[in-house]
Design a protein around this ligand. Structure first.
Ligand SMILES: [Mn+2]
Length: 426
């Protein structure tokens, strides 16, 4: 049965015309709704978060789709009107200690012709798109309720007063880079306050390579202190008049020629008791990078989403939601491939999928010892090994499967899993 379904789905997923049509039909099916797909993002994350300190990293990415003036495909503008496409706001959960990727938490997918959906329809929607930073963090309280503690991490876009004033709770902290030179209650400004704090430590820090800059070591000066920010004129009167926060500032004193020196002002609701805890918080902020990797996987490296030929906005929104989930699993499999984390397969797959993995994995056992799955049964590394084989990796340890191989194996596997689910429903 496995073999028969396998070859059947393989043909369908092989890129031929029939496969494309079938995938399109799946996306246009009324039972496959965008809110349901987004709800499915956190299926494994809830239990995976149990007992951990979770870094809940959120960010927005614009996904460009090709359009022509006579064929907009129902898509609104993105960027500064430079193109048309879909906006994806996603929150990703990482284990603060081990760095393990625990899955997606919540988010939104929309196009600017009017917002199409939100992950939790309970709350009244405001016109402002910036509301998503607050709403997604609020969703995290429920999805990550089993975590020991949560730190929500945002880049500068997430520096909004309603978030500082209303979202933090017991064991639920906020960490964000500063966007505005805010007014403080003592009449001074945030930037001036930071500049007045004494430098208390210097440290050489590894900065990882980014698309726009190579990896380098930077010597950073550290200063921190307490600030009380005043409610801005533009904020709602119902919000508290001020909020106490901690400001941590790291500055690269001497950057290499032609490189913009690093300068981060970080605001947090975490207590910053000493130098060690300040550096720890800087380190948590550095992990924000993981969500950029996720967006990159969705857009270029893995899924080639931006080239999709699917015709309508409705389908493209659904496709984006599916691609986000698939990219997170890819990220988890890349992390797990060496077997160091010791995470279970249930971090990325549900029980039926794990049973199916075991059945599919059996075909690769017992040929040669070198090509047998070396990882503990039903661990995430074990699953990664099988998915990589399905993605046509040869199983020899001298080559490590990469994101493209995992993506290929995963698309194939999820296709089979879908076919199985359909067969059960008949
Ligand atoms: Mn951003």
């Amino acid at each position: 049965m496995v073999a028969r379904s396998t070859s059947c789905v393989k043909r369908a997923a092989g890129g031929d015309r029939a496969g494309t049509v079938r995938y399109g039909r799946f996306l246009s099916n009324e039972k496959v709704t965008l809110p349901a797909l987004i709800q499915g993002w956190s299926e494994q994350t809830r239990s995976a978060a149990g007992g951990r300190h979770v870094l809940a990293i959120q960010d927005t990415s614009e996904i460009n789709f090709k359009t022509r003036p006579e064929r907009r495909r129902g898509l609104g503008e993105i960027g500064k009107g430079s193109g048309r496409g879909v906006l994806l706001h996603a929150m990703l959960a990482l284990d603060a200690e081990s760095d393990a990727c625990l899955g997606l938490v919540a988010g939104e997918v929309w196009t600017r012709a009017g917002r199409v959906t939100v992950s939790h329809a309970k709350r009244p929607l405001e016109e402002k798109e910036s509301k998503r930073w607050v709403m997604t963090a609020e969703c995290a309280k429920e999805v990550l309720a089993a975590a020991a503690s949560v730190t929500v991490i945002d880049d500068r876009e997430g520096d909004i007063y309603p978030k500082w004033a209303g979202v933090a709770a017991q064991n639920f902290d906020l960490l964000s880079r500063v966007m505005h030179d805010r007014a403080l209650t003592d009449g001074s400004g945030l930037y001036a306050a930071g500049a007045a704090f004494p430098v208390v430590d210097k440290r050489r820090v590894d900065l990882i390579a980014r698309f726009d800059r190579p990896a380098r070591q930077a010597e950073l000066s550290l200063r921190f202190g307490r600030v009380t920010i005043r409610r801005p004129e533009t904020a709602a009167r119902s919000l508290p008049q001020s909020v106490d926060l901690n400001l941590i500032e790291v500055i690269e004193d001497k950057a290499p020629a032609g490189v913009e020196p690093l300068h981060w002002r970080l605001l947090t609701t975490h207590e910053v008791a000493d130098v060690a805890s300040a550096w720890r918080i800087v380190d948590w902020y550095k992990r924000r990078w993981t969500i950029e990797q996720l967006f990159r996987l969705i857009k270029t490296q893995g899924l080639q989403l931006e080239d999709s030929r699917l015709e309508t906005a409705d389908r493209l929104l659904k496709l984006t939601a599916i691609a986000a989930k698939a990219a997170v699993i890819t990220l988890q499999l890349v992390q797990a491939r060496e077997g160091k984390g010791g995470e279970p397969a249930s971090l990325a797959f549900n029980q039926k999928q794990i049973d199916l993995l075991a059945a599919l994995g059996a075909q690769y056992e017992g040929r040669t010892k070198l090509q047998s799955n070396p990882h503990p049964d039903r661990s995430l590394a074990w699953a990664a090994w099988i998915i990589a084989r399905l993605g046509s990796w040869d199983g020899y340890p001298r080559t490590k499967p990469g994101p493209i191989t995992f993506r290929r194996g995963l698309e194939y596997f999820l296709g089979i899993a879908q076919a199985f689910a359909a067969l059960r429903d008949v």
